[in-house]
Ligand binder design. Sequence first.
Ligand SMILES: NC(=O)C1=CN([C@@H]2O[C@H](COP(=O)(O)OP(=O)(O)OC[C@H]3O[C@@H](n4cnc5c(N)ncnc54)[C@H](O)[C@@H]3O)[C@@H](O)[C@H]2O)[C@@H](O)CC1
Ligand SMILES: [K+]
Length: 518
Amino acid sequence: MMRKGSDRMLATNEEMQRMDLRAVEEGHVSMVQLMKQAADALFEALCRRYGRKCRYGIFCGSGNNGGDGYALALRMKAEGIPFVICSLREPRSACARHYAQLLEESGEKVLELSRYAQAIEAADVLVDALFGTGLNRTLSGDGALLAAALNASGKPIVAVDIPSGLDGDGTLRSDTVVRASHTVTFECVKKGMLPYSSRIFCGRIECVPIGMPNEVKECADPTIVLDPVNVRPLLPRRRAQSHKGSYGRVLVIGGSRRMSGAVILCTRALLRSGAGLVTCLLPEDIHPIVASQVIEAMYRPVPSDANGQLTEGCLRDVTWTDYDLIVAGNGMGRGEATRSIIRQILDSEVPCLLDGDAIYEAGVHDLLAPVCKKPVLLTPHMRELSYLCKEPVDLLREHPQHSAQAFVWAHPYVTLVAKDDITWICQQERLALSIIGSDALAKGGSGDVLCGMIAGLYAQSKDAFAAACAGVYAHAYAAQQLAAHEDSMSVLASDLIEQLPQTYRSLRDRYCGRPDVL
Ligand SMILES: NC(=O)C1=CN([C@@H]2O[C@H](COP(=O)(O)OP(=O)(O)OC[C@H]3O[C@@H](n4cnc5c(N)ncnc54)[C@H](O)[C@@H]3O)[C@@H](O)[C@H]2O)[C@@H](O)CC1
Ligand SMILES: [K+]
């Protein structure tokens, strides 16, 4: 199956080159114009992230990646943004020569390689436009020397299209690779960036459209790369003629004396994500704490064991048909009672979402049968995925999508969300990827918020894949919105929940062809 059209996609070097060629040959756009569009998109991304006041150091190779650097310098000059530019060697490609010449005609001096140290010293942010998808051998000589000098500077590095030394297909691996803090990649995410051992060189990956005509966009990889445009239709619609029963009745089963916050975060995110009616079944000793924090939910406090955890018999009085979705695992604690509770939930006919300790028990004790009549959503991080797939975390992290896909083929009723700095959403025939994770999310509690968000969206749409994709994307989008205004280190899981009204609003209504933060 080929992916075509307007979505962001995963592409190989060859596919990118073919798109370029077709765009030009079929008369949609000239190569010079496409490079200008790429440089403009890069310019916008840099201004969003680093502003217009810092001094940029642009380092250009001889091919079209270098050409992007010269075209960027021209735009910066026109906008009055300070920069210094240095070339690895004379531009060789026609487009790179074109923009290098325009820059020279504008009176700008391009520093020769021998003055690279001066250029690095003079800049606040370094732009790596040395090699892109045309890299066809490992970095050596001057290229490797300059890459190492950029790395040694300790300054933020923005890689243009792909960090120099990485290969878009993931087959070549240079000894020296530019270690970027941020990679602005054009039109499609390059497949070679995704394995963990590669993306540590990319930093934050941002994929920007550069106006490649849809007619020529074609990739073999079926993965949907989530973006504001394809996520928007996945958000549930609210109807004028509706009531709380129209948007799903959800039962949250979780919490323990040690972890009362998890169930608070999950339940608040659930309500903020549109669920109509939410009931929490939780140990009675944490009931007052949780109820004081979430006044909109209903409660079923039940006796707990000596550790303040739920007991095996806690579901005795539950009438399953009262609910459209069961959410379980947040702050529940592990052990035999949890295992029995998860078994009972899986045996019921109600769709369920398992998170945290529920995934641990389901994975380690093989509670998920090959066949099941209802949808089950699982939201494991890499360690939890290793309990499900029985593979070591290090191995999984490199290509989690392969193991996640094998798991859903063996469990066709499962929608699996494999969480890391990039997150894969898998169903048997569908695969989506979110590349917009944020380090603001690397904090206890953010997974409980995600779980609540996906549950809230599912309660309304009853579409597990749509809910998982929209939830994952909106969660990271909220983090990015927060991190755009404050230090990402300080973002709390509960801040994400407060951000959700604005996040859903910008994803649903305000997006008019240009994202506000990405
Ligand atoms: N849609 C697209 O794909 C677009 C691509 N553009 C840019 O064009 C780039 C690809 O440009 P090119 O194909 O010219 O390739 P590059 O600019 O990546 O480099 C190619 C040049 O470097 C040489 N080279 C390759 N590996 C080397 C090594 N290890 N040591 C020394 N020299 C080496 C090649 O012989 C060639 O001369 C993309 O990454 C992107 O930045 C944009 O300008 C426009 C749109
Ligand atoms: K580069």
